[in-house]
Design a protein around this ligand. Structure first.
Ligand code: PLP
Length: 376
């Protein structure tokens, strides 16, 4: 099989899995227990938090372990909105966020918050001037993704952080899910108060994520019960998953630059392959874009038909992002960058990895020629 859907999820790294199994077998005590066995588990948990903070330059942050980035972003956004609503009820985000963020803002809008959804330009980037204009006296939160999961656009989150650091009443949340392990991330330089990550996008385990929370930022807990995770997320903490997440981060960050250069080379080759077809319109911008994602639209061919034609040849790509691929609506992201209804409804996302080989690209190239002949 040829897997080109690494943005949807990644296979687990053997070393990560081994550390999960080892911790499950050896340190299965409850980290909240007072006895020595519990304390050992708690020490491991805290070591994982410390390592994770070091890896993304987050010295001033604590780590809240969650079951997904979706949960982390829900906690971040609803947690800020409900905690600081006395200060103001205005929230800012963008029109191209992942559903885990976008839909959370829609629910807050229904609950009486005033949300500004910033538009993006043709490459999917937010204009800094638009952000500056949107900030009001009652703004309490700005949430922006670092790398767009559908088309790969890199958002100007460092510039945004530079602006927001002077507004002590505004909390800054960044969804770094598609950035971590792919491009450099420094929460300190970004002045990010909150950041969400997901383990299964970085060769870790599914059902595992985390929210980085800058000390001093308060959140309204979204899961009530015991006092685990700094009183922010009740429930016995999954220590093996936490240890495995720290390991996944460490392993993927070790080869960040080398992998980036390699995937960039693959991306260029993939773009050359795709450019040969008039039926394709490439949506991922050429500049300021993660090389791990190439998104294109089809003219005269249904996205689904194309995916299944490739699938018959054991090649797996995505229509839209995995979270939205089962609804047939046009892509919100592609409409936002100005694509028409047909192009926005028939998109293909190819996502690459350091595990992708040149041979896989060659096979894809051959199969693609046959598939296009068959479908046109
Ligand atoms: N944010 C982005 C940018 C994503 O790409 C995804 C998953 O596709 C998520 C959040 C949600 O991650 P999880 O599957 O851990 O909830």
């Amino acid at each position: 099989m040829i897997y080109f859907d690494y943005t949807a999820t990644t296979p687990v790294n053997e070393e990560v899995l081994a550390s999960y199994i080892q911790t499950t077998k050896t340190y299965w005590g409850n980290p909240s227990s007072l006895h020595k066995f519990g304390v050992k588990a708690d020490n491991l948990l805290n070591l994982a938090r410390k390592q994770m903070c070091e890896l993304i330059d987050a010295d001033n942050h604590d780590v809240i372990f969650t079951a997904s980035a979706t949960e982390a972003s829900n906690l971040a956004i609803k947690g800020v909105a409900h905690r600081y609503q006395e200060r103001g009820k205005h929230l800012i985000t963008t029109i191209v966020e992942h559903p885990s963020v976008y839909n959370t803002f829609l629910s807050l809008e229904k609950a009486g918050f005033d949300v500004t959804f910033l538009d993006v330009d043709k490459s999917g980037r937010v204009n800094i001037e638009d952000l500056k204009k949107a900030i009001r006296k009652d703004t309490i939160l700005v949430s922006m993704m670092y790398v767009n999961n559908e088309i790969g656009t890199i958002m100007p989150v460092y510039e945004v952080g530079e602006i927001l650091k002077d507004y002590y009443k505004i909390v800054f949340h960044v969804d770094i899910v598609q950035a971590i392990g792919k491009i450099p991330v420094s929460l300190s330089k970004m002045h990010a108060d909150l950041a969400s990550i997901s383990a299964h996008k970085i060769y870790g385990l599914k059902g595992s994520g985390a929210l980085f929370v800058r000390r001093g930022v308060e959140l309204e807990p979204q899961t009530l019960g015991g006092s685990q995770e700094y009183n922010l997320r009740a429930g016995t903490v999954d220590v093996p998953s936490a240890v495995a997440l720290a390991k996944a981060m460490r392993l993927i960050l070790t080869d960040l630059d080398k992998n980036y250069e390699y995937v960039k080379m693959l991306n260029e080759k993939m773009r050359t392959i795709l450019s040969a077809y008039d039926q394709f319109v490439i949506n991922s911008p050429a500049e300021q874009c993660s090389p791990y994602i190439i998104n294109f639209s089809l003219r005269g061919i249904k996205g689904e038909t194309f995916v299944h034609a490739l699938e018959k040849n054991e090649i797996y790509v995505s229509t839209k992002s995995a979270c939205s691929s089962k609804n047939n609506k046009a892509s919100r992201v592609l409409l936002a960058i100005g694509r028409d209804q047909e192009l926005a409804s028939n998109e293909i996302r190819i996502s690459l990895s350091h595990l992708t080989t040149l041979e896989e690209l060659d096979i894809f190239n051959k199969v693609l020629r046959e598939v296009i002949q068959e479908l046109t």
